[in-house]
Design a protein around this ligand. Sequence first.
Ligand code: THU
Length: 130
Amino acid sequence: MFSSDQLVQAAAAARERAHVPFSGFKVGAAVEDSDGRIYTGCNVENATYGLTVCAERVAVFKAISEGAAKLVRVAVVTDASKLTPPCGACRQILWEFCGNIPVVMANLSGGLESITMEQIFPRPFDASFL
Ligand code: THU
């Protein structure tokens, strides 16, 4: 397993590639799998706004499409003093593909907090209801 720092560093590196001509708000994410691989993502904005994809979803979809093993942890990095949690859409995706994993939120000034998906996404809708 990687240290939180390694996962945060991977997310911070991905954040540099954020495509944010509209918000200017760069986000990087990194997910770690049970085989010790890291998949990263950045937010990619779109002129329609609504087609923007968050860093977390890019990272998860890259992991799935590249054949990742079980996803065990995610890190989200921004340059905001208020640490950035995943948005609602990303919480749904993270829950479905990762379950109750730790979510490490960090910024570029050394701020870091780890919370669980259950804490930020209680009573989720998922395949168990279908
Ligand atoms: N964003 C993310 O990539 N992840 C989050 O957790 C919060 C929001 C992006 C979407 C958009 O490009 C920008 O941040 C401002 O909302």
